[in-house]
Design a protein around this ligand. Structure first.
Ligand code: AP5
Length: 211
């Protein structure tokens, strides 16, 4: 079949970015991620869209959702250019889920299931390599190369206070999206609390089964 169209859902810190990197390599699909796209355009002027703030930065640094109009346009453009994809970070509310239905069909909807205590631990310990985009964790996945360790950065929204707000926003806005796909009978749950390689075994097997 053509390359698969995969949606990966999960709370902040569930491991969507970590698993998406493996999916893109194994299945030769594009990684379409609203989080990375918005981080690369944090200071984009969105004032003409009649939004509360003038740039995505204000929303992101407080852990709030960037307005749908901005995010829908990013995803529509990216999906129109991709044969197969893993979509990460979208949809985050029911309105976005409806938009997505108009944009594309999906072959697989994965949900990485992780409890809240573990999510907070993962996010506050996450570090990013600004040169390669590689994701690390101070405890679970530290880099071996000391030069890499020296240049690691913490994301602006990975402070404990913002993490708590992101999790609240997830419960309020994104959990209904998960229920929506569950009610449709298409949600594939994966135990995201396992070690990354074990999660990957389950993710890979699920995609191979369904796609
Ligand atoms: P976004 O960048 O999408 O962030 P998120 O959904 O909060 O997800 P994260 O990237 O924080 O976590 P992840 O699941 O990718 O976990 P990771 O693999 O890194 O969004 C950021 C902001 O942008 C939003 O708050 C919002 O403002 C805006 N935005 C984005 N999309 C939007 C939309 N559609 N609408 C409106 N606004 C939007 O893993 C986390 C850590 O855990 C890492 O350190 C990793 O090494 C470690 N780890 C991963 N897997 C495991 C494991 N199995 N065991 C142990 N450790 C692990």
């Amino acid at each position: 079949m053509a390359q698969p169209r995969i949606l990966i859902l999960g709370a902040p810190g569930a491991g969507k970015g970590t698993q998406s990197a493996k999916i893109t390599e194994a299945f030769d699909v594009e990684h379409v991620t609203t989080g990375d796209a918005l981080r690369a355009n944090k200071d984009m002027d969105i004032s003409e869209m009649d939004t509360e703030y003038d740039t995505p930065r204000e929303y992101m640094d407080q852990g709030e959702l960037v307005p749908d109009e901005v995010v829908n346009a990013i995803v529509d453009e990216a999906l129109s250019q991709a044969d197969g994809f893993v979509l990460d970070g979208y949809p985050r509310n029911l309105e976005q889920a409806e938009e997505l239905e108009d944009m594309t069909d999906l072959d697989v909807v994965l949900y990485l299931d992780v409890g809240e205590e573990e999510l907070v631990h993962r996010l506050t310990g996450r570090r990013m390599d600004p040169e390669t985009g590689e994701i690390y964790h101070v405890e679970y996945n530290p880099p071996e190369d000391p030069d890499v360790e020296d240049r690691l950065e913490q994301r602006d929204d990975d402070t404990e206070e913002t993490v708590k707000e992101r999790l609240r926003v997830f419960r309020e806005n994104t959990e209904p999206v998960i229920e929506y796909y569950e009610d449709e009978g298409v949600l594939e749950r994966v135990n995201g609390e396992q070690a990354p390689d074990e999660v990957w075994e389950d993710v890979k097997a699920t995609i191979e089964d369904v796609a």
